[in-house]
Design a binder for this molecule. Structure first.
Ligand code: GLN
Length: 454
C-alpha cells in the first residue's frame, strides 16, 4: 500500500523511469528476517532508495535517460549500487535525469522533464526545475518518495539539484566512489554521491557507497572513514574561508543574504571566518565546458548501434550510415552539442588552443584551492546563483544554463569533496542551498560544517 501510494504521488513528478518494487521488498524482507533472528542489522537494512539511471543495475533497464540506450538491460551491477545492496538497501526504481547527466534542469531527458515538488508562493503556477542532472533523485527525495537516492556529480549535478529542492547532497573526493558500471560522461570529473534529507543520512549512505574497487583505475585505495560516527557540529578551532571571487556580478540580493546567514551560523558554531582568494575562479566555467565535452565526445563514441540499445538501420544502409542514423536518432540535442564541442576542441588544429589550455587552467584552479587551505579548513559559498527557475526558462539558452554551474564547477575540476545543505527559503518560499568545499579526503570536515549549518 505504501508503495502504491508513493507511486501515485510520484507519477506527476516524472521522477521514476522504471519501478522495481520487488527489489525494495526483498531488502525489506531480508531486514525483517535478520531482525527476527536477532542478527545485527546492516547499516541500510531494508531502506528503499532510488537509483539514478546512470548506474547499471543487473537485469533492470538502464538508459541514462537517452533513447540511444533504450532496450539496454545490463548484465552486471555497478559497484556503487552493489555496495548499497551489500549494506542492506533495496531499490525502489531507476530515477529520471538529464540525458547522460548533461544539464542543470532535467530538461534534457529523453523521457520528459522531472518536475520539482516545490511551488513558489507568489501565485505563479509554473512548474519548477528540480535541478540537474540528478533531478529525479532530488525530486523523489524532496517529495519524500524515498529517504535517499544516488546522484552523480560531474560539475554540480548532486549539489545544484539538492539546493533547488531543499535537500542535502555530497560529492566526495574524486576516487572515493568507484565509477565501474556507472555510465561515463566525463571520466576525470564523474563522482557518485548520496542525496538525502539531512547530513546524517548522507554520511550513512556515503559510507556504504564508497570504497576501493580494483575495477576502476582511479579508485582510491584507502579505508572508508566512519563519517557518521564522527559527525560533530562544533566548528570550534576551525577556519571557514569565504572566497572573494565567488561574489559574482549581478549576484541576487537573496543569495548574498543567504551567504551572510551561513557565515553567521558558522560563527555561532565557533568558527573563525577568513577571506580567501581563488583568483582563477572566473576561468572555471569555460575550462569545464571544454574538458567535460571533450571527454564526453570520446566516451560516447561507443554508442554505435552495434553493442547497446538502439539500432537504426535504414534500408540498404552500410555500416557508416547505420552509425550515423543511430546516433542522429538516439542522442538528444544537448548531447549532440557536447559531442560537437568536444570533437572540435580535440581536433588537430584546435587541441592546443582549447583542450591543452583548459587543462592548464584546471591545474591553476586546483592550485588556488591548495593555497586557500593554508589559511582555512573549509570554504563556504552559495551552491547556485539562484533558486530553482521555471521549467523552460533557460532551455533555449545553453549559456544561461551553463552559468548556473558557476559555484559548483571549480571544486569538481579540483576533485575536492563538496556538499550542499539547505540554507533557508527565498522571498518566494523556495529553497536555497549553501555549499561547503573541503580539502581532498576531508569529507568529515565537509559533513561537520554542513551539520553546523543544518
Ligand atoms: N550542469 C553541468 C553540465 O551540464 C553538470 C552536470 C553534472 O554534474 N553531471 O555539465
Amino acid at each position: 500500500t505504501a508503495f502504491n501510494d508513493a507511486v501515485s504521488r510520484a507519477k506527476p513528478l516524472n521522477a521514476f523511469l522504471v519501478e522495481t518494487p520487488d527489489h525494495a521488498l526483498a531488502a525489506a524482507d531480508a531486514a525483517d528476517a535478520a531482525r527476527a533472528a536477532g542478527e545485527e542489522l546492516k547499516p541500510l537494512a531494508g531502506v528503499p532508495i532510488g537509483m539514478k539511471d546512470l548506474f547499471c543495475t543487473k537485469g533492470v533497464p538502464t538508459t541514462a535517460a537517452s533513447h540511444i540506450l533504450e532496450g539496454f538491460t545490463p548484465q552486471y551491477e555497478s559497484t556503487v549500487s552493489q555496495n548499497l545492496w551489500n549494506a542492506g538497501a533495496g531499490m525502489l526504481g531507476k530515477l529520471n535525469m538529464d540525458q547522460f547527466a548533461m544539464g542543470s534542469s532535467n530538461e534534457t531527458s529523453a523521457f520528459g522533464n522531472v518536475i520539482s515538488p516545490w511551488r513558489s508562493n507568489d501565485g505563479s503556477t509554473a512548474p519548477l526545475a528540480p535541478g540537474g542532472s540528478s533531478g529525479g533523485s532530488s525530486s523523489a527525495v524532496a517529495a519524500r518518495l524515498c529517504p535517499g537516492a544516488t546522484g552523480t556529480d560531474t560539475g554540480g549535478s548532486i549539489r545544484q539539484p539538492a539546493a533547488f529542492t531543499g535537500i542535502s547532497g555530497i560529492k566526495p573526493t574524486y576516487g572515493r566512489c568507484s565509477r565501474w558500471g556507472t555510465i561515463a560522461f566525463a571520466s576525470s570529473l564523474d563522482q557518485a554521491g548520496p542525496m538525502a534529507r539531512d547530513v546524517r543520512d548522507c554520511a550513512i549512505m556515503l559510507e556504504a557507497m564508497s570504497g576501493f574497487d580494483a575495477k576502476d583505475a582511479t579508485s582510491l585505495d584507502l579505508p572508508v572513514p566512519q563519517w557518521e560516527q564522527s559527525l560533530n557540529a562544533s566548528m570550534a578551532g576551525k577556519r571557514v574561508g569565504i572566497p572573494r571571487e565567488y561574489r559574482v556580478d549581478n549576484m541576487p540580493e537573496e543569495i548574498e543574504a543567504l551567504w551572510q546567514q551561513g557565515i553567521a551560523w558558522m560563527k555561532d558554531a565557533g568558527a573563525e571566518i577568513v577571506e580567501v582568494s581563488l583568483p582563477h575562479t572566473k576561468y572555471a566555467l569555460p575550462a569545464y565546458y571544454i574538458i567535460a565535452p571533450a571527454e564526453a565526445s570520446s566516451n560516447l563514441a561507443r554508442y554505435d548501434g552495434v553493442r547497446y540499445g538502439l539500432r537504426d538501420l535504414p534500408d540498404g544502409a552500410n555500416l557508416q550510415e547505420m552509425y550515423a542514423a543511430t546516433r542522429a536518432a538516439g542522442f538528444g540535442d544537448e548531447v549532440k552539442r557536447r559531442i560537437l564541442i568536444g570533437t572540435y576542441v580535440l581536433s588537430a588544429g584546435f587541441y592546443d588552443a582549447y583542450f591543452t589550455q583548459a587543462s592548464k587552467v584546471r591545474t591553476l584552479i586546483a592550485q588556488d584551492f591548495e593555497k586557500a587551505w593554508e589559511s582555512c579548513d573549509v570554504l563556504l559559498t552559495p551552491t547556485a546563483p539562484s533558486a530553482a527557475f521555471a521549467l523552460g526558462e533557460k532551455s533555449a539558452d545553453p549559456l544561461a544554463m551553463y552559468l548556473n554551474d558557476v559555484f559548483t564547477v571549480p571544486s569538481s575540476l579540483a576533485g575536492l569533496p563538496a556538499m550542499s545543505v539547505p540554507g533557508g527559503l527565498d522571498r518566494k518560499g523556495l529553497p536555497l542551498g549553501l555549499q561547503v568545499i573541503g580539502r581532498a579526503l576531508d569529507e568529515q570536515g565537509v559533513l561537520n560544517a554542513a551539520l553546523a549549518i543544518e
